[in-house]
Write a protein that binds this ligand. Structure first.
Ligand code: PLP
Length: 386
């Protein structure tokens, strides 16, 4: 066997959580652990992609992403996010995953530290470790609906800290951070000279009166933020592997050193589909979010009727983060028992770090309403009998 590089041996093995434990099990499983949309990609996006393929857009193209798409993305960010970036300050990526890999690899050295707010998204950790750096976990305010609290984060800043990783709207808690909370992070970043890596994959999936704010739009943050978006969730395009990042011009060539060495550029003809997603009708998007809202309301109403469970309505994302402390059980044990007894698969809160203990993450976006109802019936029976 060859001797593996240190970057492999120093990177923790990726845990796929309840998905891995459910994989290949017989029986009628209902998968509420997977964070992927149930809907099909809207037709106008597929049609534009097929047309591009037929028109011969099958060759290498611009390494940064096709210019017409980057111009459209710059316009979208100016209009929706109050972010002022040129097309040259955008890189089209293979999902948000590649954007985050590029950000961590371009900015982190061996021994550097990146702060993750917990409960965190575990997949960010592997990339930080591949870069040779350490993920430092700072808790959100578990007593106050997982809000951002300055002292909890500042206590983890050391001379090795290079960045804070933000997920807004937040997976797994469903929180959409207020401008005041983002200002706390911005102040810390400016005072300690840190970069913010902002994962905004759920930016379009917000409910009620929650307004998504991009931290890069706050004063002083443009030059020290890398913002990452994707077509994955709101456009129901998870398998397409399409996203983008926006960063100040001074960071683009460093980021492209990673992306071009990795994959050269993103598939040419699907970028034409992405262009249709950005410039096409918004009605399909609105329908997707309306479906998520209806399922959110169903899940939250039913969860709150179950003994031992309380669940605040998430302001965004496709996840309910249900408080299970009333059951007296640990989240991993409860998730496994629920799967074994009922076939409903949800994720244990502890998968997102210690700050997630006492919760289950239930994805209401990955099944249709009838299937979600069936899952809630099974869960109701399970918790009644617990
Ligand atoms: C917070 C967060 N970031 C990134 C991703 C991955 O995004 P993509 O599929 O666009 O790579 C996900 C997917 O679940 C996510 O929840």
């Amino acid at each position: 066997m060859p001797r593996f590089a240190r970057r492999i041996t120093q990177t923790s093995a990726k845990d796929f959580g309840m998905f891995a434990r459910a994989f290949g099990r017989p029986g009628d499983l209902i998968h509420l652990e997977l964070g992927r949309p149930v809907e099909d990609t809207p037709d106008h996006i597929k049609d534009a992609t097929i047309a591009a393929l037929r028109a011969g857009h099958v060759h290498y193209s611009d390494l940064q992403g096709i210019p017409e798409l980057r111009h459209a993305l710059a316009g979208k960010m100016a209009q929706d996010n109050g972010m002022d970036y040129t097309a040259d300050e955008i890189i089209v990526t293979n999902g948000l995953t590649q954007a985050s890999y590029a950000a961590f690899m371009a900015l982190l050295d061996e021994g550097d530290e990146a702060i993750l707010l917990a409960p965190y998204y575990p997949q960010h950790i592997g990339k930080i470790e591949l870069a040779g750096a350490k993920a430092v976990i700072a808790p959100l305010d578990t007593d106050n609906d997982f809000a951002i609290r300055r002292d909890l984060i500042e206590a983890h800043i050391t001379p090795r800290t290079r960045m804070i990783v933000l997920i807004n709207p937040c997976n797994p808690t469903g929180r959409v951070y207020s401008r005041a909370e983002l200002q706390i992070l911005a102040d810390l970043a400016i005072e300690h000279d840190l970069t913010v890596i902002s994962d905004e994959v759920y930016e379009r999936i917000t409910y009620d009166n929650a307004t998504h704010v991009s931290i890069a739009a706050l004063p002083g943050m443009r030059a020290r933020t890398i913002t990452m978006f994707a077509f994955t969730k709101a456009y129901a395009m998870d398998g397409w592997r399409l996203g983008w990042l926006a960063a100040d011009a001074s960071m683009i060539s460093a980021l492209m050193k990673i992306t071009t060495n990795e994959v050269t550029h993103v598939n040419t003809f699907i970028q034409h589909g992405a262009l249709a997603a950005i410039t096409g009708p918004t009605s399909a998007l609105e329908e997707l979010v309306a479906g998520d809202l209806a399922r959110r309301d169903l899940a939250v109403r039913r969860l709150n009727q179950m003994p031992g469970i309380t669940c605040a309505a998430p302001q965004g994302t496709i996840y309910a983060f249900a408080d299970i402390r009333g059951t007296g059980m640990a989240s991993q044990e409860l998730a496994e028992k629920l799967m074994n007894d009922t076939g409903v698969v949800v994720e244990a809160g502890s998968f997102y770090g210690d700050a997630g203990e006492g919760h289950l993450r239930i994805c209401f976006g990955s099944v249709d309403e009838a299937r979600l109802s069936e899952a809630m019936d099974r869960m109701q029976g399970f918790f009644n009998a617990l």
